[in-house]
Design a protein around this ligand. Structure first.
Ligand SMILES: [Zn+2]
Ligand SMILES: [Zn+2]
Length: 444
């Protein structure tokens, strides 16, 4: 009778045997970076590879998502192993796509490869006959929240509602038959050691702001104009003044940019555009900070007698890495890299749509090393292919075995007494509730 530990060793052995194939897949995706909701080549490769190993799957979920299914010997919960397909625009990256500027500067190519590696090994080892429930290898689109103008156009055309991949998948019901989710993200940060996890990450809302003033001759008749740039300046100053009211515990981040500051120097700016995120540790904290930011934005319009149009879009929800699920990931990551090379960090102030998943089921986003340079930077490179592609695959596969072995006692243990912060319906209603455009007339 095969033991659980023997099965884990067998699966890791297969990942090593298939190492060259997996590294080739990872490098192929790295060399053909695609932006979110346009990851057609990476999705096709994922789909083709699942087909070659006989794993049934669905394609074109939320445009480019691919979802496979491995069935265990007995009924039980469903674990999704998630890999993100997308790259992002990073100017100056040596492997950037010439036409789109997209580059794999966040290491998502490794995630997709690791999910395939884990799936291949589970299939070839005959693992599912020893496991209960289902394992879902899931390639998902558009984690990076960018390319916003194009996505808003897609939303207007009815092809998207939310601008991130996992929110769209949740909207379409593709997480309805999933009970828990695991993702491993590549890291280049030395403080992350070789593997680790945070306890939580910030969530955010995304805002686009348009100040409308009145253009006029800047030299001869500025008194006839309404300066939209000064209205925006007053708003930015007010936001900065509000920072002292943000509590450290809430980890608020507001980082506006001016995307249109005026068009011609001898004209009083009649239109100015801003974009910002409002990030925070909890939904309540984001809401409170967002209300203050709105007040500051109106204040700029009021002072100058300008108009302001404030559009608030759903961003990503705060991430809570489920402690129970985390402990299974930790045990298997430590088994690979050593206990002294694993770190548990506290709260991180970036955002990811794994946060959205964590609002409706136990979820974990772990980190593993093997990259160098700066995340989202032109110097971000994969330097340890074995750790990045094969190591992540091993940790995914062995954690899955721990959770689903026998009667899936591990997964049942994670789910016991678990109550999701939100139901899927509550999640969707909440996100839809964020989406609004306010028009404020400061001259009224
Ligand atoms: Zn990223
Ligand atoms: Zn990322």
């Amino acid at each position: 009778m095969l033991t659980k530990e023997e099965l884990k060793r067998r699966v890791c052995g297969i990942i090593d045997e298939r190492g060259e194939t997996l590294i080739q897949i990872g490098e192929t995706i790295r060399h053909q970076p695609e932006l979110g909701f346009k990851e057609f080549k990476a999705a096709a490769l994922f789909s083709k590879t699942l087909g070659e190993i006989g794993v049934p799957h669905q394609d074109q979920l939320a445009v480019t998502g691919v979802k496979g299914e491995l069935k265990g010997a007995k009924p039980g919960p469903t674990l999704a192993l998630i890999g993100e397909l997308d790259a992002l625009v990073v100017s100056g990256h040596p492997l950037a796509d010439q036409s789109t500027g997209a580059a794999h500067a966040c290491g998502h190519n490794a995630q997709v490869t690791a999910v395939l590696g884990a799936t291949m090994a589970l299939v070839q080892a005959g693992a599912m006959q020893h496991l209960a429930g289902r394992i879902v290898p899931f390639a998902v689109p558009a984690e990076e929240y960018g390319d916003i103008a194009w996505r808003i156009g897609e939303a207007r055309a009815g092809r998207l509602e939310f601008l991130g991949g996992k929110p769209e998948l949740i909207r379409h019901g593709h997480f309805d038959d999933v009970d828990m989710a695991l993702l491993i993200h590549t890291t280049s940060r030395s403080e992350d050691s070789l593997a680790g996890v945070s306890t939580s990450n910030n969530g955010c809302v995304v805002k686009t702001i348009r100040y409308i003033g009145r253009a006029a001759h800047a030299g001869s008749s500025p008194h006839l104009g309404i300066n939209a740039l000064y209205a925006a300046n007053i708003a930015l100053t007010a936001i900065n003044a509000l920072r002292e009211t943000f509590r450290e515990a809430d980890a608020i981040r507001v980082h506006p940019v001016i995307t249109l500051g005026g068009k011609q120097v001898n004209v009083i700016p009649g239109e100015v555009h801003l974009e910002t995120y409002v990030r925070g540790k909890t939904v309540e904290a984001i809401y409170q900070a967002n209300a203050k930011v709105d007040r500051a934005l109106r204040a700029g319009a009021m002072a100058m007698g300008a108009q302001v149009e404030i559009t608030t879009l759903p961003g990503y929800m705060p991430l809570t890495n489920h402690p129970g699920l985390r402990s299974y990931y930790q045990a298997n990551a430590e088994a690979l890299v050593g206990k002294d090379k694993y770190v548990t960090q506290g709260h991180r102030t970036g955002s990811t749509d794994m946060g959205d998943v964590s609002q409706i089921m136990p979820a974990v986003q772990g980190y593993m090393a093997g990259a160098s340079g700066t995340g989202h930077g032109a110097d971000f490179m994969i330097v340890n292919r074995e750790l990045v592609y094969l190591g992540q695959a091993k940790v995914l596969a062995t954690t899955a075995i721990d959770l689903m072995w026998g009667d899936a006692e591990g997964a049942q243990h994670v789910l016991k007494d678990y109550k999701a912060p939100m139901t899927r319906a509550e999640y969707l209603a909440f996100q839809r509730g964020i989406n609004k455009t306010e028009k404020y007339d400061g001259a009224a």
